[in-house]
Ligand binder design. Structure first.
Ligand SMILES: *Cc1c(COP(=O)(O)O)cnc(C)c1O
Length: 384
């Protein structure tokens, strides 16, 4: 028998029991009134999470499908775009854009850093003929556990008309985001992150400027044609058969967002971030991101102590204590691990994770005194 794990990944995330149960309902006609009701509820409620009045498309795809949908609907082949990258998912955005023949200017701000809006501002100011048609970037870079200053990135455009296309797959619902207030043109999220639902749906929000571009965009597409999706959405349907069970789940999860409000959900993520960082620091571990101002509220990356293999550490955590955390990514894969605090996570899950980490590191021979991290977290909670 497999007992429920302490499940601390930056996606997929823990799915609450009521959300799990909602999926055990029978199939319905995706061209009938019951599905229309669900689609409309999800569309309206997800708009509140994005903080947008514009279109939100719910696509049956993983988050990457949502990124691909953005590229094929808003970027023409041969068009110049900037990919502002700070890690693995920035590099993924570059690959997708290149695959669809965009002329990509890759600006690497470095793994572990956030985007410097001044660098973007200078670059865009030089583009007097407005050849750059879009800026692609991450809101929350999951690989390095950094959150980007999207409001400042948007403002860095000044009068430049480039579309701002933001991958907020692991950011939305965890880090502060205000699509319309910040003038973000396109934003993409996914069901398996802060939405507390299983993988399977991507959400793509697009404003009128972006949809106008879509109307003339000639890039190749079939499944992800948003103009088709818009026509069907008006009828309360999707162009193709949707992942109906995941729709059930997201509808149920969004009830929670609606009840407590997205701002409260986001605040909780920052609380959990601070709690985890407090515990890790008190253990004497080194955080990959030292600057609180850019530290992700969805996931925390930690440097493994000298001589400790993060893969072995994670294996032991799972075997001994049923705790699941994430490995490092890319160039940090052999030197870091990541603790997710995204979605339905409770204070005590995080205390359990830190307690497990203390014990496993001790077993592995690291210089750790038991209880330091846990004590600091308990004190932080009592001081709230
Ligand atoms: C999880 C994630 C994605 C999407 O990944 P999928 O596996 O395709 O769902 C995209 N961007 C970021 C920043 C992510 O964290």
């Amino acid at each position: 028998m497999r007992l429920q794990e302490y499940f601390l990944l930056p996606g997929p995330t823990n799915v609450p029991n009521n959300v799990l149960r909602s999926m055990a309902a029978p199939m319905i006609n995706h061209r009938g009134p019951a599905f229309q009701e669900i689609l409309e509820a999800i569309t309206e409620k997800s708009k509140k999470v994005f903080k947008t009045k514009h279109e939100v498309f719910t696509l049956t795809a993983s988050g990457t499908g949502g990124l691909e949908a953005a590229v094929v609907n808003f970027i023409n082949p041969g068009e110049k775009v900037i990919v502002a990258s700070i890690g693995n998912f920035g590099e993924r955005f570059e690959k997708i854009a290149k695959q669809y023949d965009a002329d990509v200017e890759f600006i690497d701000f470095g793994w572990g850093n956030a985007i410097d809006p001044e660098v973007l501002e200078e670059r865009l100011a030089k583009d007097v003929n407005h050849e750059i048609k879009a800026i692609l970037c991450q809101h929350n870079e999951t690989s390095t556990a950094v959150v980007n200053p999207i409001k400042a990135v948007s403002e860095a455009r000044k009068g430049h008309p480039a579309l701002l296309i933001v991958d907020t797959v692991s950011g939305l619902g965890a880090a502060e985001f205000d699509m319309d207030g910040w003038n973000v043109d396109v934003a993409i999220a996914g069901s398996q992150k802060a939405f507390m639902a299983p993988p399977g749906l991507a959400f793509l929000a697009a404003n009128e400027r972006a949809m106008k571009k879509a109307e003339t965009c000639t890039n190749h597409k079939f499944y992800f044609n948003l103009l088709e999706a818009r026509k069907w959405l008006e009828k309360g349907q999707t162009p193709f058969t949707p992942a109906i069970s995941v729709f059930y789940a997201v509808e149920e999860a969004l009830r929670y967002f609606d009840e407590v409000g997205v701002d409260a959900v986001v605040r909780d993520h920052y609380r959990h971030r601070d709690l985890v960082r407090t515990g890790l620091k008190a253990m004497g571990l080194e955080l990959l991101i030292k600057d609180d101002a850019i530290a992700s509220p969805a996931v925390t990356a930690v440097k493994c102590p000298e001589g400790i293999d993060p893969a072995k550490l994670r294996k032991l955590l799972l075997e001994k204590f049923n705790i699941v955390i994430a490995g490092g990514q890319g160039k940090f894969s052999t030197s870091t691990f990541r603790v997710g605090h995204l979605g339905a996570v409770q204070d005590m899950d995080l205390i359990a994770a830190i307690s497990g980490l203390e014990m496993v590191l001790k077993i592995m021979g690291a210089d750790i005194s038991l209880g330091q991290g846990v004590r600091a977290m308990e004190e932080a909670l009592l001081a709230e």
